[in-house]
Design a protein around this ligand. Structure first.
Ligand SMILES: NC(=O)C1=CN([C@@H]2O[C@H](COP(=O)(O)OP(=O)(O)OC[C@H]3O[C@@H](n4cnc5c(N)ncnc54)[C@H](O)[C@@H]3O)[C@@H](O)[C@H]2O)C=CC1
Ligand SMILES: O=C([O-])CC(=O)C(=O)O
Length: 395
C-alpha cells in the first residue's frame, strides 16, 4: 500500500468517526455501543484490593497492568484498547489535538495533562459522544496517573515562537520542560511511543533519547519527532503550484524541523508534475522551510501554528496507533534515530509497526538541488543534536 493510500486511510478514519458522531447526534435514541473500559476496572479493583504483598513493587504492578491492557480489546470495535496521553493539552496545539484524538475511534482512553486549565478542557471534550474516556490531570502530583498505562504520549508542552525568534531560541525554556516530562515517562510508561512536538524538535528528540538512556528505558523504535506539518505544508503548496487535487498528493520531507534542515523532496512528489520550473521548485522549497515563520508572522505575537499542527499531530498519532495495532504498511515521515546519513537523528520516511519504528526508509533518488540541500543542512542539524545531548547530560 502506498503512503498516499495510507494517508487516505488515516483521513477516512477521522472522517468516519465524525460521520458516526453526527449520525448518533441526529438520533438521540441510538446510544453508543457499550465499550468495556479495562483501565477503569483495574483502577477500581486496585483501590478496593487488600494490601499488596511486600514483594509486589509498583513498577511490576504497572508493567503487569500494561501487559494486560495490551491484551484487552474493546468489545464494540474489536480494536485493542489504547490510552493516549497529551502533555501540554490545554495549549494552542493541545486543545484542538485533544479534540481530534477524542474523535479517533482507535483511542479508548484520553489523558489530558497540563500545568494549568486541564479540568476545563477535559470536562468540555468529555461531553463529545465518541467512545474515548477523557480525564484531565493538572500539576506535577497528577503526572504519574496521567501517564500510567499510556500506549502513546504526544508532547506539545512548551513555549511557542514570537516574530523574530528562531525555534532554537525556545531551547532554554523547552529543553527543561521536555527533560522533566521525559523523566516522568521513563518512570510511569516506559513502553509508550513518544510523539515529540515541542520545539526545537531537532534538539528535544535527542534530549528525550538521553533522558531515556540514563533511565535505562531507551528504545529508539519508540521515539519520534513530529515533522508531519512539514509534509502537510509541502503537499498543500505543491498541489497549488502544480494544479493537482491536494488530496491525492504526496511529498516526502526529510532532514529536520527548522529552516534549511527541512528538506522537501519535490522530485519524488506524486503525482509528478513536469510543469514546474527549477525556480518554482526552489520557491516551493523555501516556502515549506519558512512555513512556520509565515504563520508566526501572520499571528503577530499570538503564537505559532496550532490548528494545522493539531491536524498534523492527529494524523501522525493515528498512524502510530495503526502501527501498534498491526495495520500493515503504515509509512510516515518522522525525525528518528537513523543511520541513513552520518547524523544520529534524521527525518525520513519510516514504516510503523507493533513496536513503533519497523524500518527507517532510505532517501531514494535525489535531484541535484536536493543533494545540495542535504549537504547544506547537515552542519546545523548536527549542532542542534549535539546541543540537546549536551544539555541532557549536563543537567
Ligand atoms: N513540531 C512541530 O511541527 C510544531 C511544534 N510546535 C511547538 O509546540 C509547542 C507548543 O506550542 P503551542 O501549543 O502553540 O504553545 P502554547 O503556549 O499555546 O501551549 C503550550 C502548553 O504547554 C503547557 N506547558 C508548559 N509547561 C508544561 C509542563 N511542564 N508540562 C505540561 N504542560 C506544560 C502550557 O501550560 C501550555 O498550555 C511549542 O514549543 C511550539 O514551538 C508548534 C507548531 C509546530
Ligand atoms: O514555526 C514554529 O515555531 C512552529 C513550528 O514548528 C511550525 O509551525 O512548523
Amino acid at each position: 500500500m502506498t503512503d498516499q493510500h495510507q494517508r487516505q486511510q488515516g483521513l477516512a478514519v477521522i472522517s468516519t468517526s465524525v460521520l458516526t458522531l453526527s449520525l448518533s447526534t441526529n438520533n438521540s435514541n441510538t446510544s453508543p455501543p457499550p465499550v468495556r473500559i479495562f483501565s477503569l476496572r483495574l483502577h477500581r479493583s486496585r483501590s478496593h484490593a487488600p494490601p499488596k504483598p511486600a514483594t509486589m513493587r509498583p513498577s511490576v504492578m504497572r508493567s503487569a497492568a500494561q501487559l494486560l491492557r495490551r491484551r484487552s480489546y474493546s468489545s464494540a470495535s474489536g480494536q485493542p484498547e489504547r490510552k493516549v496521553a497529551i502533555l501540554g493539552a490545554a495549549g494552542g496545539i493541545g486543545q484542538p489535538l485533544a479534540l481530534l484524538m477524542k474523535l479517533n475511534p482507535l483511542v479508548s482512553s484520553l489523558s489530558l495533562y497540563d500545568i494549568a486549565a486541564t479540568p476545563g478542557v477535559a470536562a468540555d471534550i468529555s461531553h463529545i459522544n465518541s467512545p474515548a474516556l477523557v480525564k484531565g490531570f493538572m500539576g506535577d502530583e497528577q503526572l504519574a496517573e496521567a501517564l500510567e498505562g499510556a500506549d502513546l504520549v504526544i508532547i506539545p508542552a512548551g513555549v511557542p515562537r514570537k516574530p523574530g525568534m528562531t525555534r532554537d531560541d525556545l531551547f532554554n525554556i523547552n529543553a527543561g520542560i521536555v527533560k522533566n516530562l521525559c523523566t516522568a515517562i521513563a518512570k510511569y510508561c516506559p513502553n509508550a511511543l513518544i510523539n515529540m512536538i515541542s520545539n526545537p524538535v531537532n534538539s528535544t528528540v535527542p534530549i528525550a533519547a538521553e533522558v531515556f538512556k540514563k533511565a535505562g528505558t531507551y528504545d529508539e523504535k519508540r521515539l519520534f519527532g513530529v515533522t508531519t506539518l512539514d509534509v502537510v505544508r509541502a503537499k498543500t503548496f505543491y498541489a497549488g503550484k502544480a494544479n493537482v487535487p491536494v488530496t491525492g498528493v504526496n511529498v516526502p520531507v526529510v532532514g529536520g524541523h527548522a529552516g534549511i534542515t527541512i528538506l522537501p523532496l519535490f522530485s519524488q512528489a506524486t503525482p509528478a508534475s513536469n510543469a514546474l520550473s527549477a525556480e518554482e521548485i526552489k520557491a516551493l522549497t523555501k516556502r515549506t522551510q519558512d512555513g512556520g515563520t509565515e504563520v508566526v508572522e501572520a499571528k503577530a505575537g499570538k503564537g505559532s501554528a496550532t490548528l494545522s499542527m493539531a491536524y498534523a499531530g492527529a494524523v501522525f498519532g493515528d498512524a502510530c496507533l495503526k502501527g501498534l495495532n498491526g495495520v500493515p504498511d503504515i509509512v510516515e515521515c518522522s525525525y528518528v534515530q537513523s543511520t541513513i546519513t552520518e547524523l544520529p537523528f534524521f527525518a525520513s520516511k519510516v514504516r510503523l509497526g507493533k513496536n513503533g519504528v519497523e524500518e527507517v526508509l532510505g532517501l531514494g533518488q535525489l535531484s541535484d538541488f536536493e543533494k545540495e540541500g542535504l549537504e547544506s543542512l547537515k552542519g546545523e542539524l548536527k549542532s542542534s543534536i549535539e546541543k540537546g545531548i549536551k544539555f541532557a547530560n549536563a543537567n
